[in-house]
Design a binder for this molecule. Structure first.
Ligand code: NAD
Length: 358
């Protein structure tokens, strides 16, 4: 059956990098039998300009009707003076909520060709391939009660609530184990079960979910140790399963191990495997319109879409291999360029990856 993809380029470099990712999808459709159709929509500042709202009704309807969403990035100086309710970022939060995307997947992968771009020693990060699976719609960022109040001593105090239901833990744990089955079959669940009851329950439920995945090796680690291990010996990890706040912090730490923001894709999934796929970087207004942005993070987002929503693992492998091949050829956009390599623009990089799909 033909799958529908909603394509939302957004703002800044969004349209430039998404155009290259679309070329990859078109090549897979025309040359490798991928059955997809694409429809474009506006989001972010582009949504505001086109329809007066960062998430126009038509865009949300398009995304809801699609099997997957490919997003560029939103935001930029042009829209910074707008009221908060119609700022570009509201479009992003709105679509995540509207599609009930509770599982955030952030891979941190270091291509051997780019190992020197990391601030860590190349031997520590070369070949690194971690997937952080972060719970995205619960935990302390959403828990009630919350606020700032006066305590009995008449002093102000701030308070938040860390709360997870069994069901919320179970569904994110399942997502992590399902992903591990498509990778190296190791899950490390991150918690602070020695001091937080909520994460004691987290550990109990994750352990229970693991019984349904006998082929996956489960370990548990306290979050403080995990933060340390990520810089000490990051290659010990395959899938890291985290709650919302721990994942927020650890995924940024892990992405910086790679040293190149223009290389990192992400996915956010709902309970049925439908997903929104986007690079982790923003709209890079400083280089927008110059044709020099790195399209690889967006192209690798297509690879994740193939793997996690379209169930086309062989085509995902093909895209990954094409990216690796082009790096082997010494082609580099300005953000990853080093002496001795060939500097290319966005479209040239995209075209080289499309050519390398064969
Ligand atoms: P940014 O990620 O856009 O840019 C940070 C730096 O990285 C810039 O120097 C930029 O040129 C560079 N960079 C980013 N992507 C690149 C690429 N593909 N190729 C080459 N260089 C790249 O972050 P920022 O500057 O903090 O934010 C700019 C705008 O993006 C803001 O409006 C912000 O709100 C928005 N933003 C959007 C998202 C999103 O859409 N998911 C995420 C983060 C920031």
């Amino acid at each position: 059956m033909t799958k529908k993809i909603a394509v939302l380029p957004g703002d800044g470099i969004g349209p430039e990098i998404v155009a290259e990712a679309v070329k990859v999808l078109e090549a897979l459709r025309d040359r490798f039998g991928l059955k997809v159709e694409m429809e474009h929509g506006h989001i972010g500042g582009a949504g505001y300009d086109a329809a007066g709202h960062p998430l126009p009704d038509a865009t949300l309807a398009l995304a809801k009707a699609a099997d997957a969403v490919l997003l560029g990035a939103v935001g930029g100086p042009k829209w910074e003076a707008l009221p908060i309710a119609v700022r570009p970022e509201k479009g992003l939060l709105g679509i995540r909520k509207g599609l009930e995307l509770f599982a955030n997947l952030r891979p941190a992968q270091v291509y051997p060709q780019l190992a020197s771009a990391s601030t860590l020693k190349p031997e520590v990060v070369a070949g690194l391939d971690i997937m952080i699976v972060r719970e995205l719609t619960g935990g302390i960022y959403f828990g009630q009660p919350r606020g700032i109040r006066n305590n009995a001593q008449g002093e102000r105090e701030g308070f938040n609530t860390l709360v997870y239901s069994e069901n919320e833990i179970r569904r994110i744990a399942k997502a992590a184990f399902d992903i591990a089955m498509k990778r190296n079959r190791k899950v490390c669940s991150i918690d602070k079960a020695n001091v937080l009851e909520c994460t004691e329950l987290w550990r109990e439920i994750v352990t229970d979910v693991a019984t349904g995945y006998p082929e996956v090796e489960l370990s548990h680690m306290y979050v403080d140790n995990a933060a340390m291990q990520l810089v000490r010996n990051p290659k010990q990890f395959d899938v890291m399963l985290t709650d919302n706040m721990f994942g927020d912090i650890l995924s940024d730490e892990a992405s910086m191990l790679t040293g190149s923001i223009g290389m990192l894709p992400s996915a956010s999934l709902d309970a049925n495997g439908k997903g929104m796929y986007e690079p982790i970087h923003g709209s890079a207004p400083d280089i927008a319109g110059q044709g020099i942005a790195n399209p690889i993070a967006t192209i690798l987002s297509v690879s994740m879409m193939l793997r996690y929503t379209l169930n086309e693992a062989a085509l995902a492998d093909r895209v990954d291999a094409a990216v690796s091949k082009v790096l082997d050829q010494g082609l580099r956009t300005v953000d990853i360029w080093t002496e001795g390599c060939k500097k290319v623009g966005t479209a040239e990089m995209g075209a080289a990856i499309v050519a390398a799909l064969d």
